[in-house]
Write a new protein. Structure first.
Length: 300
């Protein structure tokens, strides 16, 4: 993709994103959380459809902006929100240098409370799945449905030397390359060979905007987390989906997490790790179907 074509693709996506501008909300202890929202549905229509809010959590190399296609497709019938995780965008980082999933889940709970969201459908992609799983395990009454897309399981159950090696390798790469270097060299790994140039440009755009300190904290989170353990604790409605061509969290790894969640694994053809970007129609259908199923009676 030429530099001119890349610039044009980014400009088009940024224009679409401008419909869902970044917002900030104050939390306790002078902390800020930034997020984006689509809320085009009238209150009466949402109530008639029993449409719960849909909350989207991004992965380690991304941000709230990555969900623009989901805002466009799903925001007409329900409230759709995506956060910039602590340490991303304008969101205040968590306090711990080497945080646990509970640190992020606590901020998630504060943010939802500040927005008066008592119950939602919660979606986590990659690292976001770790945070979503921790929140669902701790606050099952607030999660009508838990949908994990290409979930990262974390290395918390691995031997210490494995956790440290994985963590240190990623931190060294961040220090060597910086956000733009990460985007230039790593963004292609997020997609399948079938991905469009526009999808490649958007993944690169998002990755180039990560903040080093927040990315480093997220790297520690990945090393410390054990998503499977949290999924085993959550007894509510859950689903796991992965792209057939995902090489970062491949179907075999996601199959183990689906087993922990007690749900069959859904495999999406012709999609890589960032499937919701490159195969948005397929993923939007999965999201919409899951939201509708989650609108029923609470699971016991």
């Amino acid at each position: 993709m030429s530099a001119t074509a890349l610039t044009d693709a980014n400009a088009t996506l940024e224009a679409r994103l401008a419909r869902f501008p970044a917002r900030q909300i104050a939390l306790a202890q002078r902390r800020t959380l930034s997020y984006r929202e689509a809320n085009g549905a009238e209150d009466a229509a949402r109530d008639a459809d029993n449409a719960l809010p849909l909350v989207l959590l991004h992965g380690i190399g991304s941000g709230a902006a990555s969900w623009v296609q989901q805002f466009e497709a799903l925001g007409a019938r329900r409230r759709v929100l995506a956060w910039d995780a602590p340490g991303y965008g304008e969101s205040t980082p968590v306090a711990a240098a080497s945080p646990a999933a509970s640190d992020y889940a606590s901020v998630l709970g504060e943010w939802l409370a500040a927005l008066h969201i008592e119950r939602c459908v919660l979606v986590g992609h990659s690292l976001g799945a770790i945070i979503a799983g921790a929140f669902a395990a701790s606050h099952p009454e607030r999660v009508a449905g838990l949908l994990l897309l290409s979930p990262a399981g974390g290395y918390g159950a691995a031997p210490a030397q494995v956790r440290e090696a994985r963590r240190d390798q990623r931190l060294a790469m961040l220090n060597e390359l910086g956000p733009q270097g990460l985007a230039d060299t790593r963004s292609a790994n997020m997609l399948s060979e079938q991905a469009s140039d526009e999808a490649r440009a958007w993944v690169r755009w998002n990755m180039s905007r990560v903040i080093p300190h927040g990315y480093a904290q997220a790297t520690h989170l990945l090393a410390n987390a054990d998503l499977a353990a949290d999924l085993a604790r959550f007894k509510g409605r859950a689903n796991v989906a992965v792209g057939a061509d995902d090489t970062i969290t491949p179907p075999a790894a996601c199959e183990r997490l689906a087993l922990a969640a007690g749900t069959p694994l859904q495999v999406v053809p012709r999609a890589g790790h960032a499937g919701y970007i490159e195969a948005d129609a397929a993923y939007n259908a999965i999201l919409d179907t899951f939201c509708r199923a989650s609108a029923g009676p609470r699971s016991q």
